[in-house]
Design a protein around this ligand. Structure first.
Ligand SMILES: [Zn+2]
Length: 271
């Protein structure tokens, strides 16, 4: 039931985004979209599209995300710790918790990050949540979601032209985009950046491996966990990378000032 609700939420988000993006796409002059030499121009078009996507996403996400002040405050504390270590981002970073038992975290276009309460409930410290967030933020830094959306929409636009209406097809394509996640190479690059950010933010890089271990723990009797694992391949390799980064880390860990038990206990709807 929860998984169904979640699928509906993602579909709603992506149907809304796709509708908006198709509008943007049609506004682009043909000569510009086909200008392969103008990478500067392409980049600016992509920026504009991402701005539009972000607007649409925010509307959908804020309607479904948990709105409690104490939840936002906890997230802000973690984000504040990471921010000085982050590179330049094209759009402000926004993190939301969705009250769903699903064990997953997603980086959407426009630097919007969703953490599902099911994942959050499994973590044992604010630093572990910071580690999962650092990985998702790295996808935003690398602009992976928008590149993926651009790739998928090329195909979707064809379907739309052929079929006249695109709703059903677009929904399927968007769902595939979410369930497939990024390439192994993109995942490893995101981990590398996350480990750098964690170290620079006075969080032991091995915390990422610890967090991943919690998510893997009881996967056999929990189909929800498989979602994170299937969209984030190479678990053992990732844990090893994290341990290696920790061994070479010259820094000293400084705890994040957040009562984790109290923070986590707010998500009571989840088992
Ligand atoms: Zn990832």
């Amino acid at each position: 039931m929860r998984i169904f609700k979640e699928a509906l939420l993602l579909l709603a988000i992506y149907a809304g985004v796709a509708a908006g993006v198709f509008g943007v796409w049609r506004l682009w002059p043909e000569s510009k979209t086909q200008n392969k030499g103008g990478s500067h121009e392409d980049a600016s078009l992509l920026d504009r599209a991402e701005g539009k996507v972000r607007e649409l996403l925010r509307r959908e996400v804020t309607a479904d995300a948990i709105d409690e002040a104490s939840v936002k405050e906890g997230l802000r504390k973690i984000q504040d710790r990471l921010t000085p270590a982050l590179g330049t981002l094209a759009f402000p970073l926004e993190i939301y918790v969705v009250d769903s038992g699903t064990v997953n975290a997603v980086c959407l276009p426009g630097n919007i990050i969703l953490v599902y309460a099911g994942l959050l409930r499994r973590l044992q410290s604010p630093e572990e949540l910071a580690a999962i967030l650092a990985h998702e933020i790295a996808h935003a830094t690398h602009r992976d979601p928008m590149q993926a959306l651009k790739r998928e929409l090329g195909l979707a636009a064809l379907f739309a032209m052929v079929g006249g209406r695109s709703d059903g097809v677009t929904g399927q394509l968007m769902r595939r985009l979410v369930s497939t996640g990024f390439s192994r190479q993109q995942e490893l690059a995101a981990d590398e950046e996350a480990l750098r950010v964690l170290g620079a933010a006075d969080i032991d890089p091995k915390t990422l491996g610890d967090a991943l271990g919690r998510l893997r723990g009881d996967k056999k009797d929990d189909p929800g966990v498989l979602q994170y694992i299937s969209t984030h391949p190479g678990f053992d390799e990732r844990v090893q990378l994290s341990e290696k980064a920790s061994a070479n880390w010259p820094g000293k860990a400084r705890p994040i000032d957040l009562d984790w038990k109290q923070f986590r206990a707010q998500f009571r709807l989840i088992r």
